[in-house]
Write a protein of this length. Structure first.
Length: 110
């Protein structure tokens, strides 16, 4: 697993072992409690259920407002699943693990 940090953006990447890779973007607003909670929750979900099959980018909308505007982010935290299709948006701190897994299309036995 590798992590890369740019101003306002953090990318966490794991090498895919299968042909289906999840491409995720989490939009947060600064270092608020809800932002930190969403980051911890999605990291835990990725590590447990998407082992080696994901690219996760965390974007602070205060640091990169143009990215938030391009994605039409109206609330934070917002997780966008770009791949595999269909595209999905999940708003909130991602603490309801069952709903997040369902929205991501992840089989719980994965």
């Amino acid at each position: 697993m590798t992590a890369q940090t740019l101003q306002g953006t953090t990318t966490l990447s794991a090498q895919a072992t299968s042909d289906e890779k999840y491409v995720l973007r989490l939009y947060v607003a600064g270092a608020t409690f809800r932002s930190r909670r969403a980051i911890l929750n999605i990291y835990a979900i990725c590590m447990e259920h998407l082992q080696g099959k994901y690219d996760l980018e965390v974007i602070d909308i205060y640091q990169k407002p143009a990215l938030a505007k391009d994605e039409q982010i109206i609330a934070t935290p917002t997780l966008i699943k770009r791949l595999p299709l269909p595209l999905r948006r999940i708003i909130g701190d991602l603490s309801d693990r069952e709903n997040v897994l369902f929205a991501l299309g992840v089989n719980r036995q994965t």
